[in-house]
Design a protein around this ligand. Structure first.
Ligand code: PHE
Length: 346
């Protein structure tokens, strides 16, 4: 046994390698389940009791020597594999791609930017609303057909027959936010309300049940239709270019009187006529009007003292014109191949 131990000791002492696999083989050969050292320990059982002390120490020393050897070689090999000499520091680094903003965010941000430059502030409100803020206070009488203009998702219908003011629903426009603004502050009010709105429509390339709006409201003494026109002209020029023209056509909304719809000169053909403007030279982008005095009174604002204008636009509609992407569904699918094509500074 003495001889075997001496032989193994000198083998461990002289072992050297720069290969991690060789080191592992060495470990298995000496310390593995059927390795030399466990074998020595099992032979140790038959050593006579007066020799046990001597051989016990020799085998333990051999075991410690082997473990020490393996640990030292392992450390050296690991350091080597990380060492600078193996790394080419002149190689170019891995590039990483920067994300891009969603086109709806880009357009919404630029609308906000244009209006905040002339003193509008941003107001936001709940997506789940009551009938009062979405319809009643905005001069939609109960059972009035104008309510059908906005196909509503109802969450809870009030059962009592005398009123539907307490129906709970998803807001169909962000005018509801402006009702809250009027209730909670006093003129001058100059605010825009960006946000998600919902209408119960089948999803097609041209319609979606979710879309985004930015609605505006200005209330003060002596606000006139001319102020509305100039504000919207300023917006159209900032958004679509300085050569853009606007035109207003009469329309109907329960909360404005008079009401209008605004067209901008077609940015594709410059007004000559093309498929986008259906050969009219104009494309419709928003609804607007002078706030109906009933709405002011409903929100505790003195309609004898104050007047105001309001407007509302769909962000998707503006994005369609800006990016010429006509299938609305693309804006909601979050396909990275679509989204990565949009770059924005704001
Ligand atoms: N709230 C209207 C809509 O969603 C838009 C609008 C706002 C029209 C303000 C006129 C004045 O259709």
């Amino acid at each position: 046994m003495q001889e075997r131990i001496n032989k193994l000791k000198s083998e461990v002492g002289s072992f050297a390698t720069d290969n991690i696999n060789d080191l592992e083989n060495f470990r298995v050969r000496f310390l593995g389940k059927k390795g030399f050292i466990p074998l020595l320990f099992s032979d140790f059982a038959s050593v006579s009791s007066d020799q046990k002390r001597k051989y016990g120490k020799l085998i333990n020393d051999l075991k410690n020597l082997t473990i020490e050897k393996i640990t030292t070689l392992k450390t050296i090999l690991e350091e080597k594999s990380f060492s600078v000499s193996n790394t080419d520091l002149t190689l170019p680094g891995d590039s990483f791609s920067v994300g891009s903003r969603h086109p709806i965010s880009i357009v919404r941000n630029s609308i906000i930017d244009i209006f905040t430059r002339i003193g509008f502030i941003i107001s936001e409100g709940p997506v789940i609303e009551d009938d009062n803020h979405v319809f009643s206070k905005l001069n939609f009488p109960p059972e009035h057909p104008a309510r059908d203009m906005q196909d509503t998702f109802f969450i809870e219908k009030e059962q009592s027959e005398n009123t539907n003011n307490f129906d709970i629903l998803l807001r169909t426009h962000t005018s509801s936010v402006q009702v809250r603004d009027m209730e909670n502050s006093s003129p001058p009010i100059r605010t825009i309300s960006p946000g998600r709105v919902f209408r119960n429509e089948a999803i097609t390339a041209r319609a979606h049940c979710i879309f985004h709006q930015v609605e505006g409201l200005y209330i003060d003494t002596n606000v006139s239709f001319a102020d509305l026109k100039q504000t919207l002209l300023y917006f159209a020029k900032e958004m679509f270019g300085q050569d853009t023209k606007i035109r207003l056509r009469p329309s109907y909304f329960p909360f404005t009187e008079p009401s209008g719809e605004m067209d901008v000169s077609c940015l594709i053909c410059g007004g000559k006529g093309c498929a986008v403007c259906k050969h009219t030279g104009w494309v419709e982008i928003l609804g607007c009007g002078m706030v109906d005095p009933n709405v002011l009174d409903n929100c505790n604002i003195d309609s004898k003292k104050y007047t105001g204008f309001a407007f509302g636009m769909g962000v998707e509609r503006i994005a369609q014109l800006k990016y010429k992407v006509n299938d609305l569904r693309l804006y909601f699918e979050n396909d990275i191949r679509f989204l990565s094509q949009f770059q924005a500074s704001i």
